[in-house]
Design a protein around this ligand. Structure first.
Ligand SMILES: [Mn+2]
Length: 372
């Protein structure tokens, strides 16, 4: 995507040289200190006897990409970014299971060494990110769960830390925005990737994953004019939502609009709308915006969505102007036949974090070879 000389691969080969291995070395030393030395026959003396937290990627307890787990969440403000799971799917109408989304995404996210050749970023080296575990949700009560989610986001974001929220179904978008809005003076724009508009007032008399943006855009500093909804289409239209979108003046780009204008133009348009007069922009990535052939593990799959490559590219482009937080929602591991949905969700988060680092919107621990 970057317009430097030569191919992306040629640039990537050069950029790799300037990435340190300081954090990795520290992890290995800690593993050896706590996990003891390996058996004599093991020649690689970086291998410990007991596998400690960070390595290898197929063992141990799962945190997001193997980043440190923060037990004492009172200290979250000491870190640049925090992953928090919201294992809640009582807002799901069909095919529940998104309460296992945080677990599925964390597990899939371990298949990595944290380094992206094409982006020229080693997230483990560059980013001070912690995984704070999950919000304590209450599956029998949506209002109390929403209050828990709002208070948790309030705690993380209010401490000045960038929140990465792993859903959970899409109903959580509303309580998350309440938490963000309470800590933001100006308006918040929303860039929303989805096959569905999710703007019903109620589904079957209650709040569900089809209702978040109706209620979020009632928050005084979350105006509907700054909500841009990308990738909509197909046959689960939430017709009432389309009426709300029209009345309130959100901006919709259907999947075919995106195909016609191209990913770059769609990203440009999204940034224009979301940032117009706004102080901050939030990214809400519904995994069902991606075609179910690649992301089957979701509550309301809708054929005809983005390819993973399109979605990953679009996510990078819309992150370039900075974000106040992000969520990835609707990952439902019980339907994720080959684990591809969780894997894609983890890569979406990594792409956004790396892009925020590259463009100076999150602090890097070492100087980054910024894109041209
Ligand atoms: Mn959806």
């Amino acid at each position: 995507m970057d317009q430097g000389p030569g191919t992306e691969a040629e640039r990537g080969l050069q950029r790799e040289r300037s990435i340190p291995d300081t954090v990795w070395r520290g992890r290995i030393e800690e593993s050896l200190r706590h996990g003891l030395e390996a058996a004599d026959s093991v020649e690689n003396r970086d291998v410990s006897l007991f596998a400690r937290r960070f390595t290898p990627d197929y063992s141990g307890f799962d945190t997001f990409m193997g980043f440190p787990y923060l037990e004492d969440v009172r200290r979250v403000g000491e870190h640049a970014a925090a992953v928090v799971g919201v294992p809640y799917d009582t807002g799901t109408t069909s095919r529940p299971g998104a309460r296992y989304g945080p677990r599925g995404i964390r597990q899939a996210s371990r298949i990595t060494d944290g380094y992206s050749f094409d982006m020229g970023v080693d997230l483990i080296e560059a980013l001070d990110l912690v995984d704070v575990g999950d919000v304590f949700t209450l599956p029998g009560n949506i209002e109390k769960s929403f209050d828990q989610i709002t208070a948790a986001v309030n705690h993380i974001f209010g401490a000045g830390t960038f929140p990465v929220i792993l859903g959970g179904d899409h109903s959580i978008g509303f309580p998350v925005l309440r938490g963000l809005a309470a800590n933001t003076d100006g308006n918040i724009g929303i860039i929303h990737l989805d096959r569905h508009a999710d703007m019903n007032e109620r589904d079957y008399d209650d709040l569900t994953h089809g209702t978040p943006w109706f209620h979020a855009t009632n928050i005084p500093n979350v105006p509907a004019k700054n909500l841009v909804q990308i990738g909509l289409g197909g046959w689960m239209g939430l017709r009432e939502s389309i009426g709300t979108a029209r009345e309130r003046g959100t901006t919709i780009l259907t999947i075919n609009d995106v195909e016609t204008m191209g990913i770059e133009k769609a990203a440009e348009r999204a940034l224009e709308v979301a940032w117009e007069g706004a102080e901050a922009v939030y990214l809400s990535f519904d995994i069902d915006s991606v075609d179910p052939s690649a992301a089957p593990g979701t509550g309301t799959p809708e054929p005809g969505g983005f390819t993973p490559r399109e979605a990953l590219k679009l996510l990078r482009l819309v992150a370039r102007e900075g974000l106040c937080g992000m969520e990835v929602v609707e990952v439902s591991p019980p339907y994720d036949v080959a684990g591809t949905t969780s894997l894609l969700a983890s890569r979406a988060v990594a792409n956004v974090l790396a892009e925020l680092l590259l463009h100076g919107h999150l602090p890097s621990r070492h100087p980054l070879d910024a894109p041209e």
